[in-house]
Design a protein. Structure first.
Length: 229
C-alpha cells in the first residue's frame, strides 16, 4: 500500500475530529484541575488516534463490501479509489486495533475499570457504525452518536486519565464489595465544558452527510439529511 493510498484509507484529514476534543480536554484539565499526568496523556492520545484510524479504515472496508455496484465502490471507499486489496486493508485494521488494545490495557492498569468500560463501549459503536444488520451510518443517528463519543466521550476521557478518579467517577473493589463513587458536580461541569466540541463534531458529521446526500441515497443510506432535507 502506497503512502497516498494509506492516507486515503485512514482519511488523515478527518483526525481533526479526535484531536480538537482531546486538546480541549487537555487544556480544560490544566485550567480547572491544575494537573496533568504526562504518561497517561501520551498513552491515551496514541490509543485514541489508533482507534480513530481503525474506525475510519473499518468504515472504508465495510463501505467497499456494502456498495451496490462497482461505481459506488470507487466513490464511497478508499479501497476502490486506491485499488487496495481487502486482505491488505484487514491486516492493517488488525494491527491498529491490537496496538490500541495493548495501550488501552496499560492505561486501565494505571487508572481503573471506568476507562475500560467507556473504551469498550466507544469501540463497539465504532465497529457497528458500518457493520451489522443495521449499520449506524445508514441511519439518522450518526450526528448524535459521533458527537457524544468524540465530542463528549473523548473530552471526558482526556480529563479522566489526568486526574484522581474520585474527582469524577471511581470504581474499585474492596474485598467482596464493589464501590462506586460519582462526583456529579464535576461530571456535569466536564459535560458543559465539552458542549462546544459536541456541537462541532455534530456539525462536521452533518456537513459530511449533506455533501454525500445523493451518493448515500443511491447506496441505500438514509442519514439524517434524507429525513430533514
Amino acid at each position: 500500500m502506497s503512502v497516498k493510498a494509506f492516507l486515503d484509507f485512514i482519511e488523515l484529514r478527518t483526525k481533526v475530529g479526535s484531536v480538537i476534543p482531546f486538546m480541549a480536554g487537555f487544556f480544560f484539565t490544566l485550567y480547572y484541575f491544575h494537573q496533568i499526568d504526562p504518561i497517561n496523556t501520551v498513552l491515551y492520545f496514541c490509543a485514541l488516534v489508533l482507534i480513530d484510524v481503525f474506525t475510519t479504515g473499518w468504515n472504508n472496508y465495510n463501505d467497499f463490501h456494502l456498495a451496490k455496484n462497482e461505481t459506488l465502490q470507487q466513490s464511497t471507499s478508499a479501497l476502490g479509489r486506491q485499488d487496495i486489496a481487502p486482505k491488505v486493508a484487514l491486516r492493517w485494521l488488525i494491527g491498529f486495533i491490537s496496538t490500541a488494545t495493548v495501550l488501552g490495557l496499560i492505561l486501565v492498569w494505571r487508572t481503573n475499570l471506568i476507562v475500560l468500560a467507556i473504551s469498550v463501549l466507544f469501540i463497539l459503536i465504532g465497529i457497528l457504525y458500518t457493520y451489522g444488520p443495521f449499520p449506524i451510518s445508514r441511519l439518522p443517528l450518526g450526528e448524535l452518536l459521533s458527537s457524544l463519543v468524540l465530542g463528549f466521550g473523548n473530552f471526558f476521557l482526556t480529563v479522566y486519565v489526568n486526574v484522581p478518579a474520585d474527582q469524577l467517577v471511581d470504581l474499585r473493589f474492596d474485598g467482596p464489595l464493589m464501590l462506586f463513587q460519582l462526583n456529579w458536580l464535576n461530571v456535569i461541569l466536564v459535560f458543559v465544558a465539552s458542549l462546544p466540541t459536541v456541537f462541532l463534531i455534530a456539525n462536521l458529521m452533518l456537513m459530511n452527510n449533506i455533501c454525500d446526500y445523493t451518493v448515500d441515497l443511491e447506496n441505500g443510506r438514509h442519514t439524517l439529511i434524507s429525513y430533514i432535507g
